[in-house]
Design a protein around this ligand. Sequence first.
Ligand code: GLY
Ligand code: MN
Ligand code: MN
Length: 439
Amino acid sequence: MNRVLDAREFARRRRQLMRMAGRDAIIIVPSAEERVRNNDAHYPFRQDSDFHYLTGFAEPDAVLALVPGRSQGEVILFCRERDRAREQWDGHRAGQEGAVADFGMDDAFPIDDIDDILPGLIEGRSRVYYHFGRETRFDLILMGWVNRVRSNIKQGAKPPHEFVALSHLLHDLRLYKSRSELRLMRKSAQIAAEAHVRAMRTTRPGMNENEVEAELLHTFRKHNAVPSYEPIVGAGTNACVLHYRANNATMQDGDLLLIDAGAEYACYASDITRTFPVNGRFTPEQRELYDIVLAAQLAAIEEVRPGKSFEAYHLAAVRVLTQGLIRLGLLKGSLRSNLESHTYRKFYMHKTGHWLGLDVHDVGDYRVDGEFRELEPGMVVTVEPGLYISPDLKGVPARYRGIGIRIEDDVIVTSGDPEVISAGVPKDADEIEALMAAH
Ligand code: GLY
Ligand code: MN
Ligand code: MN
């Protein structure tokens, strides 16, 4: 089997989660569902991240039940049965035997039998951990099972009386990446970095943004990865549109090109942004703004250290951006007064980063008891300051208008220095020019 993570790692995660939930709990996690696009065509299937985290099982129509302390088996998977005819059309299924033999389940049952079996597993458990309110269809099914137990109270059945959001426990686990997860995240970032390098080498005035997007996809697929989100490939003023996705404009001589594209490898996301001149040379104005964003990004990365608040690296970026904008005359007044009144927001309207993992905007609380949490080793963040000078922004010298720049890297919090795992693509302006000139 082509498995990138050891079955023991998934078993370890399940044990941890069960220990946190307690012996009177049951944890229920459904797989993602296949979504029909039209007729017989489906959207690409992507396993639910939580389900994947706990099973490594890549099929739809499955439900994981964790029943801590249950003597006949704690880890139970409901999944599709083997079916020769269906497998001829859609490919291999693990079946119940495979679920036990290859995925380390204690027991497995056909998904079609779940209504008969799951109420019995819920009975006698006082707490149900589940993602309430995420999938309405499954919410109703689950409440149906609970009500089945309730209807047997007179016969002595003990229904659960606490319903707890699974995310508190599970998403805190997911926030701390293991060694093997970090290995996959490095690989995902390396693939994305290689794609960005290929895009830089290819870009020429007169090409279309979609041609550059094709170069990114080429590299992703060559390495058995897919995009972790829809790539943003925006030249000229398109770079000022934060979620630009049309990717179909012709790139002009003199434009900057902003590419925000990440790979998903073995379900782990990377998320990289680079901004570079379409013709290979920054104009003086582009370079002035670019160097401010780069300085802000480098200052921010320095703050990605254990014990620092999650907010610290955003504040570091904002400080350097604001200083730079004052220096160029785009902001007036003292640094202090500008920082106090958040004047940078006209040019920089997003936060400096987010957790990164199985999801590109990964799970995990940013605050604990109302305060930004401290960074700890094993967490992974993006660091992505930018400046976006809208083409119609008033009070800004015309030569800066229409320039959009973001620089984004993926960074592991370690016990020592921050580890930038997306460093395989240059971000220093001279290095970018050298790379683009070298062919
Ligand atoms: N690509 C999404 C983000 O940068 O957050
Ligand atoms: Mn991004
Ligand atoms: Mn990002």
